[in-house]
Every structure is written in C-alpha cells, then in structure tokens.
Design a protein. Structure first.
Length: 241
C-alpha cells in the first residue's frame, strides 16, 4: 500500500516505496504501473517528484518506459532489487559524510601509487570497466557495484595489502553509499559527469601523470561530498517549511 511521502528526501522515499511494491509482489514484472497523475495523488507529491523517481528507477533497470504506452516493471526487476539490498546500509555511527571523508583521504594517494604500478593490462581493465559503465547507462541497466568497480580496481592495481584490506571491509558500505547518494540527488547528468571524471583520471594515468590524476580524484570525491551536503540542506529546508 502506498503511503503519502513525508520524509525529508521525497525522491528517496518514493523510490524506496516503489521498490517495496515490486519486491513485495504488488506490482509484478511486466505489469504497467499507475501513471504520473495517479501516483502523484497517491504519494501526495508533485508530478515532477514522481517523474524524477521513475527516471531514476528506469536508469538502474527496475522500470521500463514504453513510448505511448506508459511505464512497466522490468522483467528482471525483483532480482535486481535483491542484488541492491545485498549491500549493507551504512551503520548509523558511520555516516555517509564520514565514509566520503575516508575516501577523500585514501583515494587520491591510491591513484598516485596505481599510476606508478599500472601495467598496460591494468589500464585496459580500467578502460573496460568504464566502457561497461557508459554502456550500462545507455542501456538503462546501471549497477551500483559496477559503478564502484573503477575505484576498487585502483586499489587492486596499487597493490598495497593494507589498503586493499580496508576497502574490502568497507566495500559493501561503499556500494551502498553510491546507491544512497544516487537516490538523494537523482540526476543522470551527474552520473555522466562522474564517469567523465573517471575517464580523465584514466587518461592521466596512461600519460603517467599520477599527481594530476590524484588531483582530479580529490575534486571528484569532493564534488560528491558537496552534492550530498546540498541534498541534505534542501531536505532540511523542506522539513522546516
């Protein structure tokens, strides 16, 4: 049963409720979901909020829009939702901001080491990951674990066993953070910009410029932190309105 959206982040709550409706069997794979007007009335939100949430769920392969027909639950939606839920949620004591701060401390240095260590084969693997990410966006089946794999591979290429151990312990939470940030700022353009950052980092690594690659990584993570801060600020504004 749909409940009116009351949480601070409307996109996040609407998206989560739709995910629950699908995983709970209320909306079955292949079925058409209600239209924007009906959903906006059920959730008691604007049509724009519904539209943005639907776009986000279509981007990650949960919903499928059919021109002139409406929006449908994707054929593999339940499995994809189950896969998303396998990633642990960040613990309350370990906030999104704290995890992003830890990344900002670690990852620029990791990029510098990886640039020094990377073989031609390593660089080809990174390019393959990026190509798969861009393709997933085009084909509307983006996966948060796939999105994190570029960063994870950098740790592996750097080869520092202590850092690899740290990222292995945090991997599920880091994938979950990507999902949470996605639902907080829902914007395909932002995802493309992030992938373009990855491509720039890889190009600098290929050129042997680890210093600048590290600078781009620092700006990349700082931009994500700023988007998170902005989304939380907007959420507080709605709560106080």
């Amino acid at each position: 049963m749909i409940k009116p959206a009351r949480r601070k982040n409307l996109y996040e709550e609407i998206s989560n409720q739709i995910l629950d409706m699908i995983s709970g069997g209320t909306w079955k794979e292949g079925e058409r979901i209600p239209g924007e007007i009906e959903l906006s009335e059920l959730f008691e939100v604007s049509r724009n909020s519904i539209r943005e949430s639907i776009k986000a769920l279509a981007l990650i392969g949960i919903l499928r829009a059919k021109s002139g027909s409406g929006t449908y639950v994707a054929e593999n939606a339940v499995a994809r939702i189950g896969h998303f839920h396998q990633s642990g949620q960040p613990e309350e004591a370990m906030s999104l901001a704290e995890i992003m701060q830890a990344r900002l401390v670690m990852e620029p240095g990791v990029v510098k080491i990886a640039t020094e260590c990377a073989t031609a084969e390593d660089l080809a693997v990174l390019q393959g990951v990026l190509d798969a990410c861009f393709r997933a966006l085009r084909e509307k089946n983006y996966d948060f674990e796939l999105g994190f794999s570029f960063h994870y591979n950098l740790f592996k290429i750097a080869g520092n066993r202590i850092l690899i151990g740290v990222v292995d312990q945090l991997k599920d939470k880091l994938v979950s953070v990507r999902r949470d940030i996605f639902f907080k700022h829902i914007d395909e353009k932002v995802m493309v910009e992030e992938l373009n950052d990855h491509q720039q980092i890889l190009s600098l690594m290929k050129a042997g410029d680890g210093e600048e690659a590290a600078n781009v990584m620092a700006r990349h993570i700082a931009a994500s932190m700023q988007r998170l801060k902005n989304s939380e600020g907007k959420a507080r504004g709605r709560a106080n309105a």
